[in-house]
Design a protein. Structure first.
Length: 114
């Protein structure tokens, strides 16, 4: 798979839950994130090429928010190293400037240091 990311994704020390806003179902857990993209690990494969309305639960209240709401386009899905799980890559869309600042703060405070 060709690497086209402009920013290096940062793994988060929390296993944050990711939900589909339309169905209210849990899709999986956040693995890594930048304001442009993220990877989610799930028990079931997620549909590639689909536009999702997502809800990311934050580990604690950040700037008055307990969750982030945004759209994301699924770009790829593959088996995880653990064959019981799937990894899905998303391109984030329509993320507000305020939510980008919240993501940046989350990455700074809860991201693994390289």
């Amino acid at each position: 798979m060709e690497e086209r990311r402009k920013l290096k994704r940062r793994h988060i020390i929390y296993y944050l839950l990711v939900f589909d806003q339309d169905t209210q179902s849990m899709l999986g857990h956040l693995v890594d994130i930048t304001p442009q993209g993220m990877m989610v690990i799930s028990e079931q494969p997620l549909e590639v090429g689909r536009l999702y309305n997502l809800r990311l639960l934050l580990p604690y209240q950040i700037a008055g928010k307990k969750e982030l709401l945004f759209q994301a386009h699924s770009k790829w899905c593959q088996k995880d190293l653990n064959p019981d799980f799937y990894d899905t890559g998303f391109q984030l869309l329509n993320v507000s400037d305020e939510d980008i600042r919240t993501m940046d703060w989350l990455i700074e405070q809860a991201g693994f240091r390289d």
